[in-house]
Design a protein around this ligand. Structure first.
Ligand code: SF4
Length: 694
């Protein structure tokens, strides 16, 4: 029994874990957080919560928090605590020195999908308006950047089309590359409820996730495809829809370009996309492909939900476009119960992308080379801006190894643990002269840092997060920043130490600037958010109350665009040396690399990662349940305990990546999405063998 004491007052705020964006009542006694209660009026969660949002906030007061800025000359030196003034002045002078010695492009920033919209807006502004380059990227690069590209090309904007409530009117739910009951638990429960009410479920996933078969829920079709064959399977669904004339001609003629559709229809109808050919390639029963296609096209309102099993592939962007093609071909867009819905992993992936974190786009997804857009920012910011796209994370690391990139400011992101090909990340960081890590804890990346700036938790600041349904939710300051500054204040101090004159005194002023510069946010104010509880963008003159469902009367780009989605096999191939395919995911109680969840006092947050192995693969290698196994790929090797299960098919192994000791990214490769460089985390050819755990 835990004695929690009586709360004295409360504030409504937003969970800082996944992209569902649940609202919570933070109950406090003085400046102490007593408990978090799911908020019944929260429009994303309607009073529900999962174990993470409800209980995993203890990290905010954990003893591992670093509360003083620290500096060291070399990464082999011990850290030296310094004042904020000294740390900020050191960062500014180092960044200016590097630009003087190595050029304007020699430094950059990485923003975080964990931080608020306002903080993210300021970090990309720091790069563009103060550094004078567009070297800004976001950790969304390594998760949903293909969503940005794929939906931008087909529909005209990078965003889920529906609100979560829309699922109440879905008749067919297609889940691909996502495991909502673990990754997005509150929405996962909602999916289960809808399926229990009679909606039909199609799951496309190499693994038998819980949704496939759980009490009172059973998928009508599970397509356990071989990792890396998403595009082939989705195009084969389209083959069935076109060759059996199951498409919605009226919708296509009205909302899309009929000639483009016909060109696409000719392509998908080819024999190479038939269920038999694709079945042989992907390992999926051709009759399951046919059944799934018929159900999706003719079963009523069809909604697609997808996750990182779609995006984190060498054809991630192509897969997103293949999903969009299916929805357009069947008319499953622009009304309740249908749509294309990326399930965002982190709390503010949507917002991080919206706020212009990518090196080629200003806030609102507008390319830096568009003169009128750039000039509008120049007028408001009072500086001239660079019209060339900057460097992506991987380009920054490559340039560092080559010697032209020298300094980086990383806010709220542990790139050493999160990004693929750990050895290359380490080499890039080690080659830089000034690595500034701004975070809660001394994370793995901080091993390569010269400056550490203490970060603030979501409980210590005001701001907003935007969830997977484009809902802008308020984050409210529940306690005083333990290190003295909220993250947005630190960015402002760096900018001003480098010569800017930013004068924000509250994040609401940053939101006012976002509204001034970003067409989909022009109607957003803190007053409106307080009045409505939350708002879904676009919120502007045309939609002053926000927009629950996108593309109702027409696509943002005008006509929806059908794009041929040729299947191209990844270069990551199995062979005699590495005969198995490794893919990865999450469990409900943990969150990403576990920096927060592992620092919460409850044993559920300390379970180790396991490697799931099919009994057939385990037997031939002499591996038993609970044994240590060595996993080797061409990139590296690590060891994990085995979990023998038929959740994975023979030839496929699976692990989560919540513990640093797992080192899953030591084995992932440097292959990435052709359009966005999103890493191919989901396909790694490996071999496994018994190990002693060393
Ligand atoms: Fe937080 Fe996501 Fe759980 Fe909601 S479902 S409480 S947003 S982790």
């Amino acid at each position: 029994i835990i004695e929690i004491g009586q709360p004295e007052h409360s504030l409504v705020t937003t969970c800082a874990y996944c992209g569902v964006g649940c609202s919570f009542k933070a109950e406090m006694r003085g400046d102490e957080l007593v408990r978090m209660l799911a908020y019944k009026d929260g429009k994303a969660n309607h009073g529900h919560s999962c174990v993470k949002g409800r209980f995993a906030y203890g990290y905010a007061n954990h003893g591992d928090r670093i509360l003083n800025p620290m500096i060291r000359e070399k990464t082999s030196d011990p850290w030296r605590e310094v004042s904020w003034e000294e740390a900020l002045s050191h960062v500014a002078s180092e960044f200016r020195r590097l630009q003087y010695q190595h050029g304007r492009e020699s430094i950059g920033v990485i923003t975080s999908s964990r931080c608020t919209n306002e903080e993210t807006f300021l970090v990309q502004k720091l790069a563009r308006a103060v550094f004078g380059n567009n070297n800004t990227d976001t950790c969304a690069r390594v998760c949903h950047s293909p969503t940005g590209y794929g939906l931008g090309q087909t529909f005209g904007t990078s965003a889920g089309t529906q609100d979560f409530d829309s699922v109440e009117q879905s008749d067919v739910i297609l889940v691909i590359g996502a495991n909502p009951t673990d990754g997005h638990p509150v929405f996962g429960s909602r999916l289960k409820k809808r399926i229990r009410q009679g909606a039909k479920l199609i799951v496309i996933d190499p693994r038998r996730i819980d949704l496939v078969r759980t009490p009172h829920v059973e998928a009508a079709h599970h397509l356990p495809l071989r990792p890396g064959t998403n595009v082939a399977v989705l195009t084969s669904l389209a083959h069935v829809i076109v060759t059996e004339t199951l498409y919605d001609e009226a919708f296509i003629r009205e909302r899309c370009d009929w000639d483009e559709f016909q060109d696409w229809a000719e392509f998908v109808s080819r024999e190479e996309n038939s269920p038999e050919t694709v079945g042989a390639l992907s390992g999926v029963d051709p009759e399951e492909i046919r059944g799934a296609a018929r159900l999706y096209a003719t079963g009523g309102n069809g909604a697609i939900y997808y996750g990182l099993g779609v995006t984190e592939h060498s054809q991630g962007s192509t897969t997103v476009m293949a999903i969009a093609n299916l929805a357009m071909a069947t008319g499953n867009l622009g009304r309740p119960g249908v749509g294309v819905n990326p399930l965002r992993g982190q709390n503010n992936v949507q917002g991080s992308c919206d706020m212009g974190s990518f090196p080629h786009e200003f806030p609102g997804y507008r390319h830096v080379s568009i003169d009128e857009v750039r000039e509008s920012f120049e007028k408001i910011w009072g500086v001239s801006l660079n019209d060339e796209p900057g460097l992506r994370i991987n380009n920054m690391l490559d340039a560092a190894v080559e010697g032209s990139f020298k300094g980086i400011y990383i806010q709220g992101e542990d790139i050493l643990q999160s990004d693929p090909d750990t050895h290359h990340v380490a080499a890039g960081l080690a080659a830089m002269e000034c690595v500034v890590v701004h975070d809660l804890f001394l994370n793995e990346t901080a091993n390569y840092a010269h400056v550490f700036l203490p970060g603030s938790t979501f409980l210590e600041k005001d701001g907003t997060f935007t969830n997977a349904e484009r809902r802008i939710n308020r984050v409210r300051k529940v306690m005083t920043p333990r290190a003295g500054y909220a993250d947005w204040e630190v960015t402002q101090e760096i900018a001003n130490a480098m010569g800017a004159n930013w004068t924000y005194t509250h994040p609401s002023q940053i939101m006012a600037e976002i509204a001034l510069t970003t067409p989909s946010f022009t109607g957003v104010t803190y007053e409106l958010l307080d009045e409505k509880g939350s708002i879904q963008w676009p919120c502007n003159d045309k939609a002053p109350e926000g927009t629950p469902i996108m593309h109702v009367d027409g696509f943002v780009r005008g006509k929806g665009k059908f794009i041929r989605t040729e299947y191209v096999a990844t270069d990551e191939r199995t062979g005699p040396r590495f005969p198995l395919l490794l893919t990865t995911g999450r469990i409900l109680s943990q969150y990403n690399v576990g920096a927060q969840t592992r620092r919460t006092a409850n044993s559920v947050w300390h379970e180790e990662d396991r490697l799931e192995i099919n009994p057939i693969d385990a037997e031939v290698r002499g591996v038993k349940d609970g044994d240590w196994v060595r996993i080797a790929s061409r990139a590296g090797e690590t060891s994990l305990r085995a979990l023998i299960t038929d959740r994975v098919v023979p030839g496929v192994v699976y692990t989560t990546f919540h513990h640093p000791s797992t080192q899953a990214n030591v084995v992932t490769t440097d292959y990435s999405d052709w359009a966005t460089s999103c890493p191919e985390y989901k396909v790694t050819a490996v071999q496994i063998s018994p190990s002693n755990g060393q």
